[in-house]
Design a protein around this ligand. Structure first.
Ligand code: ADP
Ligand code: NI
Length: 216
């Protein structure tokens, strides 16, 4: 099978797995992450095939989105063997999926390959800016979180368990979105992140202003 055919099969696999997603991790998110990862990849010396494969697959094993994570990994590895990826390629992709998420980097920053750094940047940029805001409200609405509660303060230094416990949607900006800018790896992503971060801040200022709350 050619690399192009393998990528086509991977794309279809992801489409089938995430087609019903209503939490902001649907195929539109995946396509944006793949496009952004491709753009970043052109500015770095890296293995494009690994970048694109991992960008497509990065959410099909997400603990929030699958019932049984071990099962999801098992299925994925079998699928990748079926389409003739080498053991090395599979290992590289799986390591990326295991280590890029915000929640798995709360305790300590995981070492990533350049391909992992690129996919992480692309995923994080999609959590910032206008789309990041839209996804956060979409996710919070789906989970029935309150939009805002002045009595509930944003938390700091969260463990993974605490991070997963619900908070208000506005608190999620302080607990994650505003922190992303300083975690971006590549200079291409940092440049885009700068603009998206400013947009997050101006949205928050406007929101809190309209709520008659102090600005950030
Ligand atoms: P990661 O997969 O990198 O750990 P998440 O899956 O927690 O990151 O977040 C992906 C996106 O889902 C976030 O950028 C945000 O838009 C939305 N999201 C996740 N958790 C929450 C939350 N508690 N409240 C609102 N939105 C959330
Ligand atoms: Ni994602």
């Amino acid at each position: 099978m050619t690399k192009q055919e393998q990528l086509e099969r991977i794309k279809n696999y992801v489409k089938q797995k995430l087609s019903k997603d209503q939490t902001g991790h649907g195929i539109d998110h995946i396509n944006r992450v793949v496009d952004m990862a491709e753009k970043i990849a052109f500015t770095e010396s890296c293995n494009r095939f690994i970048v694109i494969s991992a960008a497509y697959l990065h959410d099909v094993v997400d603990e929030k989105l699958v019932v049984e994570q071990e099962q999801a990994y098992f299925e994925l590895i079998n699928f990748l063997k079926e389409i003739d990826l080498t053991t090395n390629q599979i290992a590289e992709i799986i390591t990326i999926l295991k280590n890029i998420s915000f929640s798995s980097n709360l305790k300590e920053r995981k070492e990533l390959t350049i391909e992992g750094k690129i996919v992480q940047d692309a995923d994080r940029l999609d959590a910032m800016g206008a789309i990041g805001i839209a996804r956060t409200f979409y996710y919070g609405g789906h989970k029935k979180h309150l939009m805002f509660d002045p009595k509930e303060n944003a938390r700091a230094n969260l463990t993974k368990e605490e991070y997963r416990k619900s908070s208000t949607i506005i608190n999620h900006f302080y607990e994650k979105l505003l922190l992303l800018k300083n975690t971006l790896n590549t200079s291409y992503a940092k440049k885009i992140g700068e603009k998206r971060h400013l947009f997050l801040e101006s949205f928050l200022n406007e929101f809190l202003d309209e709520m008659n709350e102090p600005r950030i």
